[in-house]
Design a protein around this ligand. Structure first.
Ligand code: MG
Length: 369
C-alpha cells in the first residue's frame, strides 16, 4: 500500500529530511509541499520531487505557475493525503492539526505547539490513535510504550542542556546569538535551538508528553550527550529507553512508516561514540524560563498559549539583537502575569490568547530594547 504524505514546513530542517526519507522509501509517496516563505528552495523541491500540490503561505511577490497561495492552501495540501507531516514552526501549526482531526487523517506531529497551545482540541484525535509524535523524545516514549502491557510509573525526558549549558551562569544573561545558536549535539532550526538553550523547549515537551501519554507523570533529566532519547519507568522497577545518535531522520521515518515493518536504511547506522553517558538534575538558576513555562502548563487553560506566543516574540527579538538572552524569560513571565486565561473551547479562543499575548510581548520587548 502506497502512503501519500503531505509535508507542511517542507523547507525547514524536519521538512527537508522528510523529503529525503519519502524519496528513499518506495511505500511512501510525496503528495504535497507547503512552506512559509522560502520560494527558491520550494521550487527546487517541486522540481526534484514532483508533488501533486505545491503551496506557499507568505510569498513576497507573485506566485509562479504551479505554486498556490491564499487562505485555502491548508485544505488543498491536506486533501487527498493519507498522512500529514506537520513541521510548521510555532502556533501557526495548530490549524493544520485541527484539519487532520476533522478529517480523521493521521498526523505525524513535529509541531509541538499544536499540543502546547491546543492540546484540549486534539484530545479525541490522540485517543483515536491519530497522532504519531515526531519529536525525538516523544517518539522514544511512543516506541517504549508500544505493546507494553505493564503499568507505567513515569516518563523521563532527556534534555541536552542546549548551548547554554557550558556558559557560566553569570555570563548567560548577556550571551550572544552566535553562542546560543551553536548547539552542542542537535542541528536544528533557529527558534528551537534558542528554546533548547532556555529550556522552554523542554517545558513545552513536558506539556506535549502529558497530552500524548494521558497524564503519566513526566520528569526531566539533563543528559549532555543526547544518546539516550528518554526513558519510561515501569511499575515493576525496570526502565526502558531508546538509544542512538542525535538524528531526526530516525523519528521522522518511524512516524511516516508507522506501524509498518518496512525498513530502508536512511540514517547513519555506524557505531555509537559511547564516551561517558552523564545524567544530572536540571539547574533551575541556569534555566529560569523552564519553571515559568512549567507553571503555565500546570495552570492550563490559555496560559500555555500565552507562554508560547510570548516566547515566539521574545526569541525573534533576541535573534534580531533587540533584547538580551536573559530577557526572554522576563518577557514570558510578564506576559503570563498579565494574562487573563480562558477555558479552551475552540480554535478561536486559542488564537485570541495568542494575538493578545503577542501584543503584550511586543510592548514589553520595546520597553527592554
Ligand atoms: Mg525534542
Amino acid at each position: 500500500m502506497i502512503r501519500k504524505v503531505a509535508v507542511l514546513g517542507s523547507t525547514g530542517s524536519i521538512g527537508t529530511q522528510a523529503l529525503e526519507i519519502i524519496h528513499a522509501c518506495p511505500e511512501l509517496e510525496l503528495h504535497s509541499l507547503l512552506c512559509n516563505r522560502n520560494l527558491d528552495l520550494l521550487l527546487k523541491q517541486k522540481e526534484q520531487y514532483a508533488p501533486l500540490v505545491t503551496a506557499i503561505a507568505s510569498p513576497r511577490g507573485e506566485c509562479p505557475d504551479g505554486v498556490i497561495t491564499g487562505p485555502e492552501i491548508l485544505q488543498k495540501v491536506i486533501d487527498g493525503a493519507d498522512t500529514v507531516l506537520n513541521a510548521i514552526v510555532g502556533s501557526a501549526g495548530l490549524r493544520a492539526s485541527l484539519i487532520c482531526r476533522d478529517r480523521g487523517i493521521t498526523l505525524a506531529l513535529a509541531n509541538k505547539e499544536s499540543l502546547v497551545v491546543g492540546g484540549e482540541l486534539l484530545r479525541d484525535h490522540i485517543s483515536a490513535g491519530g497522532i504519531i509524535p515526531v519529536d525525538s523524545e516523544h517518539s522514544t516514549i511512543f516506541r517504549c510504550l508500544h505493546r507494553e502491557p505493564r503499568p507505567v510509573r513515569s516518563i523521563v525526558l532527556t534534555a541536552s542542556g542546549g548551548s547554554a549549558r557550558d556558559i557560566p551562569v553569570e555570563k548567560l544573561q548577556t550571551a550572544g546569538v552566535d553562542d546560543i545558536l551553536n548547539h552542542p549535539t542537535w542541528d536544528m532550526g533557529a527558534r528551537i535551538t534558542v528554546d533548547s538553550a532556555t529550556m522552554v523547549n523542554k517545558a513545552f515537551e513536558v506539556i506535549e508528553a502529558r497530552w500524548l501519554f494521558g497524564g503519566i507523570q513526566v520528569d526531566v533529566v539533563v543528559h549532555p550527550q543526547s544518546i539516550v532519547h528518554s526513558f519510561v519507568r515501569l511499575e515493576d522497577g525496570s526502565w526502558k529507553a531508546l538509544l542512538g545518535k542525535p538524528d531526526m531522520k530516525v523519528p521522522v521515518q518511524y512516524a511516516l512508516q508507522y506501524p509498518g515493518r518496512e525498513l530502508e536504511l536512511i540514517s547513519d547506522d555506524g557505531p555509537l561514540d559511547w564516551g561517558t553517558l552523564e545524567f544530572s538534575e536540571l539547574d533551575g538558576r541556569r534555566y529560569p524560563a523552564f519553571d515559568i513555562v512549567m507553571r503555565a502548563g500546570q495552570d492550563g487553560k490559555t496560559f500555555p498559549a500565552a507562554a508560547n506566543a510570548a516566547d515566539e516574540v521574545a526569541v525573534a527579538a533576541f535573534l534580531a539583537g533587540k533584547i538580551s538572552f536573559g530577557d526572554i524569560a522576563v518577557v514570558i513571565e510578564e506576559v503570563l502575569t498579565g494574562h487573563e486565561a480562558l477555558e479552551i473551547s475552540d480554535h478561536e479562543t486559542v488564537m485570541e490568547a495568542d494575538r493578545e499575548s503577542r501584543i503584550d510581548a511586543e510592548r514589553i520587548v520595546r520597553r527592554l530594547c
